[in-house]
Design a protein around this ligand. Structure first.
Ligand code: ADP
Ligand code: MG
Length: 226
């Protein structure tokens, strides 16, 4: 049995109340083990992003429990949660979410700000991460000087800089054309081969084919996993 990294048990997330209640998640159970490469699929509105935000400690369940590397997430205060997120998680978004006034290198250095690492060391690590995603020669460019695929690769470098136990990506190729999608997916494959644990939301069959496991969401829970 491989090491358990993340476990959601009977997780619900409700918005609003009474007749207007929206059950974004409704009794979700999910385990992620070390080395997993999991594709999360399902129709729009089925709860995929809500589940990713909870896995990523960007949001908290209304009910249920979340164990992340032995930590009971629901018992942590907001500061502790932010620390855990910074240490254990990397998150890649559809719209990249880069700082526009910062260079690629500065964007990748950001998650190390709180880690008490000297600047020259942070620069070295960020340059290595950019090298890993094939962008060493672009490290002084700002996002508007980079293509969509290159911006997403900067975002991936930023997400892996603190060596997270879990890399989460919510429709990471949703804003990219097909060539660039291929390029970014190849990068995820490489990271997986290097041992990174990956959970990726996708609409595209091509993306799901690369994953080793698939979870199908419907109405706020998983109805099939294979
Ligand atoms: P998916 O990512 O699968 O498209 P989401 O997790 O974004 O689905 O949303 C699941 C359901 O929860 C949808 O019905 C959505 O409208 C609702 N929802 C998500 N976030 C909020 C919110 N902040 N307030 C109210 N309803 C929300
Ligand atoms: Mg979504």
């Amino acid at each position: 049995m491989s090491n358990l990294i993340a476990k959601l048990s009977n997780v619900s997330k409700h918005y609003g109340e009474g007749d207007l209640i929206v059950k974004a998640l409704d009794g979700l159970n999910l385990e992620v083990h070390q080395g997993d490469y999991l594709a999360v699929m399902g129709a729009s509105g089925s709860g995929k992003s809500t589940a990713m935000n909870i896995l990523g400690c960007l949001d908290r369940p209304s009910k249920g429990t979340y164990q992340l590397n032995g930590n009971a997430v629901e018992k942590l205060n907001d500061d502790e949660l932010a620390d855990l997120r910074n240490q254990e998680l990397g998150f890649v978004f559809q719209q990249f979410h880069l700082l526009h006034d910062a260079t690629a290198l500065e964007n990748v250095m950001l998650p190390m700000l709180y880690a008490c690492i000297p600047t020259h060391e942070r620069e070295k690590l960020a340059a290595e991460a950019l090298d890993r995603v094939g962008l060493r020669e672009r490290m002084n460019n700002r996002p508007n000087q980079l293509s969509g695929g290159q911006q997403q690769r900067v975002a991936i470098a930023r997400a892996i800089i603190n060596k997270p136990s879990l890399l989460l990506a919510d429709e990471p190729t949703g804003a990219l054309d097909s060539n660039t999608t291929e390029e970014v997916l190849n990068l995820f494959d490489e990271l997986h081969e290097q041992g990174i644990t990956l959970v990726l939301v996708t609409h595209e069959d091509e993306v799901a084919l690369r994953a080793k496991k698939k979870a199908l969401f419907k109405d706020g829970r998983i109805i099939e996993i294979c």
